[in-house]
Every structure is written in C-alpha cells, then in structure tokens.
Design a protein around this ligand. Structure first.
Ligand code: ZN
Length: 143
C-alpha cells in the first residue's frame, strides 16, 4: 500500500503527544538512528483511517513487526486480544521493564499479546541496542 503523506502540522502534534518516542517500546527519537514512523494504530489495510486519532509514533523495528496486525494471542489466558493502543492506553498499565532493563514484561493480556506480536523481547537488534542504552545509563525510562 502506498505510504500516506501526513500533514506536517499533524505529524508535529503526534510527535509532541507521543513525547518523541515509540508507543510500543518507548525508544526515544534522539537514540534511534532513523526517523520514528507515524503509524496507523488500526492499519489502513484493515479499515483504519488517516485520522489523527488513529495515528501514533513507532520505531521502525516495532512498526515492521506490527505490520497489519490488530490483535495478538496471550499464552497465559489463551485469548486473542487487541494489541496495545498507545494513544488510548497507558504503557505502564500494560507493561513494565524487566529487572535487567532490557526486556519488556506484559502485565495484562493486552500487554503479553503485544510483547509477542511485536517481538518486543526477541528482536536481536532491539535487545542489542537496549543493552547498550542500559550500560550508558540512558534506559529504561521511568515514565
Ligand atoms: Zn519500538
């Protein structure tokens, strides 16, 4: 599907609201060596609109794993549930950082299903980068 051109003013508002970080792994723009994507929370291919309420920021790694997914499977409850919505839900209600500061622990069915669907804990590039951020004292974010 062709990439959508989001108006610059809209992108600026989204970047501010998202605090310039990925809605899924909280990677901040100033540490990611690529521009964070304005992503469709509900993908256009699944009927999601270009309305600002359906847009948020995502790092290229999370966005790539998310692709056109809207739901994920939670091993613990055996339920298929909607993925975490970074616009309407609070990250720390659904996830926490593992003790090593590198891993992301799902606290709810939505959190666990999102960790699995977006490979938040098993993408080798993301884990490698985060481990250096932890060593540098830049990670994990507290809020
Ligand atoms: Zn991310």
């Amino acid at each position: 599907m062709a990439r959508v051109q989001i108006p610059l003013e809209t992108e600026r508002r989204i970047r501010t609201e998202a605090r310039e970080r990925c809605g899924y792994c909280l990677s901040p723009q100033h540490l990611v060596m690529a521009r964070l994507h304005v992503e469709h929370i509900i993908p256009r291919s699944k009927g999601g609109s270009d309305d600002e309420l359906n847009l948020w920021l995502s790092c290229p790694i999370c966005n790539g794993h998310k692709s056109d997914k809207t739901h994920g499977f939670d091993d613990e409850t055996g339920a298929t549930v909607p993925l975490f919505n970074p616009r309407t839900q609070r990250w720390f209600d659904h996830f926490r950082w593992a003790a090593d500061g590198i891993g992301i622990v799902g606290l709810t069915a939505i959190g666990r299903a999102t960790v699995a669907a977006l490979h938040l804990n098993d993408d080798p590039d993301a884990l490698g980068i985060r481990s250096y951020w932890v060593l540098a004292g830049w990670h994990p974010p507290k809020e």
